[in-house]
Design a protein around this ligand. Structure first.
Ligand SMILES: [Zn+2]
Ligand SMILES: [Zn+2]
Length: 109
């Protein structure tokens, strides 16, 4: 798998299961073989914080949501994030439409 193919692959991830489990299932490989995914538990103490599990990433977050937002945008390629409902979108261009049509926190009237 080339880096480009890998990026394409992670961008097709839409949840809701753990990324690792999803990757193994989708690629049909045992977990031990997931070397292609630079993805392993962080060696550091969490100290109540949520650490980004992406290999080599030092991201630390005070909330699970914060970590997810970071993971989605930094590692999965989601580029936009609705501040109202925390939805993640593939690009900034989808944001106005999301706010208009599918945001759970959108204002009515
Ligand atoms: Zn990270
Ligand atoms: Zn929204």
């Amino acid at each position: 798998m080339t880096p480009e193919e890998w990026v394409e692959f992670v961008q097709s991830y839409a949840g809701p299961e753990e990324f690792e489990a999803w990757a193994c299932k989708t690629l049909n490989i045992p977990k031990e073989m997931l070397y292609i995914a630079p993805y392993e538990p962080p060696p550091r103490e969490a100290n109540g914080k949520f650490l980004c599990k992406y290999f080599g990433c030092l991201g630390e977050y005070t909330s699970k949501q914060g970590r997810e937002n970071h993971f989605n945008s930094a590692h999965l390629g989601f580029r936009a994030h609705c501040l109202d409902c925390n939805a993640v979108l593939m690009n900034e261009g989808s944001l106005p439409r999301h706010k208009r049509e599918s945001c759970t926190k959108r204002k009515t009237g």
